[in-house]
Design a protein around this ligand. Structure first.
Ligand code: SGN
Ligand code: CA
Length: 530
């Protein structure tokens, strides 16, 4: 049995922390500190799996991500990587703790992360690692368990962003993806102690709404037509209330000014200089940055306004503008992933450093007519996950079994030879990365979204289970069930919850859902609203 297999076994067998600790001591002693790998976690915000070219898909040709793809070519790509609750702060809290939202206490954006709780960086510090985090944080309280940190306040800014640092708030001139990477590389080169292994989190703001591209990418894709998804003009027939009543369509929800960059630049106009959206986006640019921006956008906007588009033509234009800006933001992330990989090589750190790339959650790129995330449906449930680990992971390999962001804390601890506490709810991915699937690897995943229809984008609360083939969802405030057969309906266009042919499968999945809710200690929801 390998180290990780044994740990997985102990955990599943319920032998708990004591057994693990004893095991880990011996494994720790067996490994010289120098052998323990460094870990770099590059984590972006809202980067759809469909927009990482290593995953294929309709954008791979027009908007490739060559540097992120290097991780897949030189390492491993997780084909079936999912989140537990597709929204920013909650995903980040899951990464920190290896626990579902109801146990780590961070169910929705706006909650405050309890920094006194057990987190993986604290455990890595105990195991002799140095830890650092730079970039988006979004957990409201200050990072705990980090030797160095500089984080964006809340969502952060693209241009000339503010950073919260242990010494107070500072503003840095430049573009956010470059600055976050500068800080991380500076820490690597000049600030950490060279005699300890490190765990470094580089957490990008891009490509989050409002999708402001950096100065080098303002005209990228100008001459390209971005392919549309088949279901851009979805009518939501065949699904329930939640899909019909959300507020996240390109057609109705997307704003012409901050989102689509067609500003009314007079103070009196909605979204003009007096407004928050302006102040946190366009209004933060220096005169020079704005000149550069206007030179790129003004002619495109003029041509658009002259066409006076309506109906589906207007939606198609919005889709193109949205996608180009979104993909431009991704290009800055991809460039900076390349910078990190090149830097590691240059400094001789590439051999003993595991580099991951992932995103807090995935994103709708016009599928179902939507942007944003939140739903358990595929495009938001999935998230990219790729990793390079020279000498351990076979180059160009793929992992098929279902993994979740719930597994990362356990994975990092396993890599460091540190004990995995028995109350963490995921499992180390190390065996899968080595090409071994533990016999008892999970066959289903649990999901729950808590923000509800009153929050931004108006998505009803729901929980559900996904197996390799099926998905069962319960919108508990609506008392509505949905069920999808992903083999025959991968785009989830028709719930077949009431079809007789699936009655047995649905019954079985309800039992599985109940089992998962017990396993993960999920409290009962209040009764559906009258
Ligand atoms: C902001 C965005 C929303 C987005 C949430 C959460 N609006 O409110 O579109 O869903 O953040 O995003 S914006 O006008 O500020 O862009 S998350 O990634 O932080 O969860
Ligand atoms: Ca996000």
């Amino acid at each position: 049995m390998t180290v990780s297999n044994r740990r997985q076994f102990l955990k599943v067998a319920g032998l708990g922390a004591a057994g693990l600790a004893a095991h880990s001591l011996s494994s720790k002693a067996a490994r010289a500190a120098s052998e323990r790998p460094n870990i770099i976690w590059i984590y972006s915000d809202d980067h759809a799996q469909n927009a990482v070219s290593a995953y294929g898909g309709r954008l791979a040709q027009v908007a490739p991500t060559p540097n992120i793809d290097r991780l897949a070519h030189e390492g491993v790509l997780f084909r079936n990587s999912f989140v537990t609750n597709s929204i920013c702060g909650p995903c980040r809290a899951v990464i920190q703790t290896g626990k579902h939202s109801h146990l780590n206490g961070f169910r929705q954006n706006g909650d405050r992360f309890d920094p006194t709780q057990q987190t993986f960086p604290k455990l890595l510090q105990k195991a002799g690692y140095q830890t650092a985090v730079f970039g988006k944080w979004h957990l409201a309280t200050e990072p705990a368990g980090y030797d160095a940190w500089e984080v964006l306040p809340g969502q952060g800014h693209y241009y000339n962003p503010d950073f919260i640092t242990p010494k107070g708030l500072i503003q840095e001139p430049g573009y956010v993806s470059d600055l976050i990477t500068d800080k991380a590389l500076n820490w690597l080169d000049n600030q950490r102690a060279a005699d300890k292994p490190f765990m470094l989190m580089i957490q990008h703001k891009a490509p989050h709404r409002e999708w402001e591209p950096g100065p080098d990418h303002l005209t990228l894709f100008d001459d390209v037509e971005i392919p549309e998804p088949d279901n851009l003009f979805d009518d939501y027939e065949g699904r329930g209330t939640a899909a019909r009543e959300q507020d996240m369509t390109i057609e109705k929800t997307m704003r012409m000014n901050a989102d689509l960059k067609v500003w009314g630049k007079e103070s009196s106009q909605p979204g003009g200089p007096e407004h928050g959206t302006w102040k946190r986006t366009y209004g933060r640019m220096t005169e020079e940055q704005r000149k550069n921006w206007d030179a790129a956008y003004d002619p495109k906007n003029k041509a658009f306004l002259e066409k006076d588009l309506k109906g589906q033509d207007l939606v198609r234009w919005k889709y193109q503008r949205y996608m180009k800006d979104y993909l431009r933001c991704i290009r800055s992330v991809d460039d900076n992933v390349g910078r990190v990989l090149d830097h590691l090589k240059e400094k001789g750190l590439d051999k003993n450093t595991v580099v991951f790339y992932s995103s807090d959650q995935s994103f709708y790129l016009g599928e179902h007519g939507w942007f944003d995330k939140r739903f358990i449906y595929e495009e938001s449930l999935r998230t990219p996950l790729l990793a390079r680990w020279p000498g351990v992971v076979k180059a160009g390999s793929e992992v098929e079994p279902m993994v979740q962001n719930l597994d990362m804390a356990e994975t990092f601890l396993d890599m460091a030879g540190a004990p995995i506490p028995g109350d963490m709810q995921g499992a180390s991915l190390v065996p899968l990365m080595k090409g071994e699937t533990p016999a008892d690897w999970r066959k289903s995943i649990y999901y729950q979204y808590y923000e509800g229809e009153k929050a931004v984008h108006a998505v009803y609360c729901h929980y559900g289970v996904r197996t390799q083939r099926y998905k069962l969802v319960y919108f508990y405030d609506l008392d509505e069930w949905e069920f999808y057969d992903l083999a025959t309906d991968p785009q989830e266009m028709r719930s077949v919850y009431n079809e007789e042919t699936y009655a047995d499968v649905v019954r079985g999945l309800k039992v599985e859902l109940k089992r998962l809710r017990e396993l993960y200690k999920v409290p009962e929801e209040k009764k559906p609203k009258a």
